[in-house]
Design a protein around this ligand. Sequence first.
Ligand code: NAD
Length: 499
Amino acid sequence: MKNITHYINGEHVKGTSGRFSDVFNPATGEVQAQCPLATQAELGRAVEAAEAAQPAWGATNPQRRARVLMKLVDLLNRDMEKLAEALSSEHGKTLPDAKGDIQRGLEVVEYCIGAPQMLKGEYTDGAGPGIDIYSMRQPLGVTAGITPFNFPAMIPMWMFAPAIACGNAFILKPSERAPSVPLMLAELAEEAGLPKGILQVVNGDKEAVDAIIDNPVIQSIGFVGSTPIAEYIYGRGCSNGKRVQCFGGAKNHMIIMPDADMDQAADALVGAGYGAAGERCMAISVAVPVGDETADRLVEKLVPRIEKLKVGPYTAGNDVDYGPVVTAAAKEKILGLVESGVKQGAKLVVDGRNFNLQGYEDGFFIGPHLFDHVTPDMDIYKQEIFGPVLSQVRADSYEDALKLAMDNEYGNGTAIFTRDGDAARDFASRVNVGMVGVNVPIPVPLAYHTFGGWKKSAFGDLNQHGPDAFKFYTRTKTVTSRWPSGLKEGGEFHFKAMD
Ligand code: NAD
């Protein structure tokens, strides 16, 4: 049994609370490690170390800070296999998918190497007689992030890379269900030359999170996870005067127009619906074909593809399509929702309820499910299932399909499959969702654009990574200056126009 630690001020530190949470191997159902759950005092020690280390790091020139990130990129590539193995063993996703998780984080580290360019301020020469104005972007100080289980490498990197590139210290509270990779990332950052105390990991649950929200030294919180927790952290964090951005759950719709390439649409749906066992905030969980004829053709294409899916442990090699879900509780919740779908009258076209994997009977595997004739009043439509369950809601027209996506409380991602540029353009322009794919089922923007949903999928005004991250992790200071030769007018008693 492995004992997970915290990582405070450059040291692995044992938990002192006496409270632990089990970390499973989802493929076997065994508990493989104990994750310590920090107290307020343990979080406080990390904050003290961060506060002591941050001023020197903030004063280090941006190019030197960027060099640490350059080195980190090399180390991430060096350790890719090791990181992916650790990630898959706690999360359950396949090894190629775990590498994708690391790679998408690594790309944000690469983007943040551009910090010297991103942090350049603004300057107005001669804003008035002898007057110059300049704005600079300064680090916030001590920042923190709280991350979900489903991307244990990518989402921490999306937060800490821009935070430290901007000169902040960052305290990460990762998911207690997949804590090993975040600790490995903090070690690698120090190997890359990051001073102690600038990137720390405090493991925990609500107690550690509340300690972050209420700590007066912590200036900002980034959160990614489910919507109720996102709303809670956003509300309490903002009322404590912090800068907060919280990204929540999703119910992503894919609209399939009658003119779509149906093979392409079915391939896309299978990958986006069942990849990572559906445990992705950008998974497609609702297929919306327009017209019954389109719906029938789509089901015909989907069923053989779904029946062919290989479900297995990450150790079984590259031809496994998806692995187990993260915990027994997640499995139970997902299968409970499947039962509710059957009871509420949806047609279960592919039934994965009796799925059994020989040799892995105690693992948290779930066979793929496809529901047809789902309606918006059903629980399988209203709730985020976060499992390998795809629901088909039939729409009579394009306008009905668009309305369905727009009326949904979530607005993370969506997609349209069509050959009609006019329909695609109309959809991209009108839909009230943050990330849109046109014949692309999972439109996760690359590092130099920004990632963020709308409606109940995000709280706060700036997105993750891209230029927004440099805004989130800095504050603007604007200096208006005039040197003695310009001081000839005596005192000023009103707001002066710079004429
Ligand atoms: P979760 O909300 O259960 O946990 C997220 C984090 O919050 C974890 O670090 C956890 O320890 C902490 N937490 C849990 N309960 C808490 C409480 N009561 N008070 C304070 N903190 C608490 O989410 P999860 O199950 O780890 O992740 C899955 C969810 O994350 C899904 O809803 C998914 O859609 C969402 N997600 C969203 C995005 C996005 O960018 N919008 C990305 C990935 C995942």
